[in-house]
Ligand binder design. Structure first.
Ligand code: SAH
Ligand code: SF4
Ligand code: F3S
Length: 454
């Protein structure tokens, strides 16, 4: 059996893509393995979003190289493949810098991986293959049925690419133009996941709520609200989530889905980036902070317990103390369940990187830690409030200790419990007994009844 090692560096879509690449290689006789030494194929599925993510690729390549040489000394080959968003952005440059890389491809061409591998294995002169096209055919039409990475909770990619061109972001360049998969394709894939025992589906897209897939009759376009309604009919799927959303695409249908569809979980990741209108404009987010507050208010009206999460960038060019204060105020007003925050990282080719008045690194660091302190204090407070409450948890991961399992409740909080292994993959009721910064612990209720039913 031949072995493939794959590493994901990026977002959930990047993780999803890694699973699909394994699905493509399995019929060719490749089995996944957990590390790169000895592998016949090493795939680095890269991320270009911030400088740090980018740099990891080259340090990893340096570490892998001796193993590739060792393999070639014994007359065999280790193909080294760079996939993902750095592959798309840098293409042939990667092979110039690290000539031992055999293949470079982007997120839109990985369905061609089998033929690229066949070509690479035929070449002896070590000349690298680069395929970073945005092909007319979509990869979704030629990917095999999903199997890799399918547990009780699975990702399903429904939308890709981005036309919004925020001035800090590389995604429109690395993933290409916005594209929504047809409703029929999404329903088919969701049903096949349900048939495999999947209980929770997270719909993925860079702008998932900009979804506008062609309907089953091939006439009209459906938005995400309508799609969620249809997905709610699938038996066995108990929970639906979606990410990542943009405030401008949070339409009425989608907000009402949180009221009308019990399977749609009361959680929303809605990045705002900044609380300052001036900075939002410079970022080309095309909305004001007021719109964000309006959406949150509407959501809380229809679903008062909804948990909110967001992304923030501090130190965008031109950000003043007053702008940063506006971000802190937004955070104080909304009180997020969780959030991701980053120092602005100038990305090659984006308008932001050419802007004057770049913010000094020390200021960025100061602001980041100030913002994170505030976010963490809210997160702890929200978690503490769960103590004594009953919540449902989908047990889909093993804890560190024997007999310990981990899962998410509807609000995306991580909950640790002691459980009988037979409960793995089930949704159980848990009484929360303790709370920490990033997780909760609790005790399973009515365990006997669930076991009897199982
Ligand atoms: N499509 C999503 C975000 C995708 S990128 C949206 O529109 O919100 C994920 C997150 O990375 C962003 O929300 C942003 O907070 C962060 N990010 C993107 N580019 C960045 C950059 N150049 N520097 C720092 N953070 C960045
Ligand atoms: Fe990037 Fe903006 Fe598109 Fe999100 S909406 S992927 S931040 S350009
Ligand atoms: Fe990174 Fe590409 Fe995702 S840049 S965040 S892997 S879309």
């Amino acid at each position: 059996m031949k072995k493939v090692y794959i590493k994901s560096y990026g977002c959930q879509m990047n993780v999803y893509d890694s699973g699909r690449m394994i699905d493509l290689l399995k019929p060719l006789g490749y089995e996944p393995q957990a590390n790169y030494p000895g592998a016949d194929i090493v795939i680095l599925n890269t991320c270009h979003i911030r400088e740090k993510a980018d740099e990891k690729l080259f340090s990893d390549l340096g570490r892998i190289r001796p193993y590739q040489e060792e393999k070639s000394d014994s007359g065999r080959r280790m193909l080294v493949i760079v996939a993902g968003c750095v592959g798309q952005a840098q293409g042939g440059e990667i092979i110039k810098r690290t000539p031992y890389v055999d293949i470079v491809l982007g997120p839109q061409t990985y369905h061609r991986l089998p033929e690229m591998i066949a070509r690479a294995l035929r070449t002896v002169d070590g000349k690298g293959i680069v395929d970073t096209e945005f092909p007319l055919e979509t990869k979704f039409d030629s990917l095999p049925e999903m199997s890799e990475g399918v547990g009780p909770s699975a990702f399903l990619s429904i939308q890709e690419g981005c036309d919004k061109f925020c001035t800090f972001c590389v995604v429109p360049y690395t993933r290409g133009a916005e594209f929504s998969r047809p409703v029929q394709d999404v329903l088919r894939e969701a049903q096949s996941l349900a048939d495999k025992g999947v209980k929770e589906i997270t719909l993925l897209g860079q702008n998932v709520n900009a979804y506008h897939g062609i309907d089953p009759q091939g006439g009209k376009e459906w938005g995400l609200g309508r799609l969620l309604e249809k997905l709610s009919d699938i038996k066995g799927v108990e929970r639906l989530r979606y990410m990542t959303s943009h405030p401008r695409d949070m339409d009425e249908d989608l907000i009402l889905a949180h009221r009308d569809l019990p399977k749609v979980m009361p959680f929303l990741h809605l990045p705002v980036q900044s609380g300052s209108d001036r900075i939002l404009e410079a970022m080309n987010r095309k909305h004001k902070a007021a719109l964000y507050f309006e959406i949150i208010q509407k959501l809380r009206e229809v679903r008062p317990d909804i948990a909110l999460s967001s992304d923030f960038i501090v130190g965008f060019p031109g950000e003043t103390e007053a702008d940063f204060e506006a971000t802190l105020n937004l955070v104080r007003d909304v009180k997020f369940h969780m959030a991701y925050s980053f120092k602005y990282s100038p990305r090659p080719g984006t308008p932001g990187s050419a802007m004057e008045s770049q913010v000094p690194e020390e200021v960025k660091s100061e602001r980041l830690s100030c913002l994170q302190d505030l976010l963490i204090s809210h997160q702890i407070e929200v978690n503490q409030k769960m103590i004594g409450q009953r919540t449902s948890v989908l047990l889909d991961r093993q804890g560190k200790r024997e007999g310990q399992y981990l899962g998410r409740n509807p609000y995306m909080q991580s909950v640790y419990v002691e459980a009988n292994p037979r409960l793995w993959g089930q949704i159980v009721e848990v009484d929360i007994t303790d709370a920490f910064q990033n997780s909760l612990t609790g005790k399973i209720v009515v365990e006997e009844r669930v076991i009897e039913a199982a």
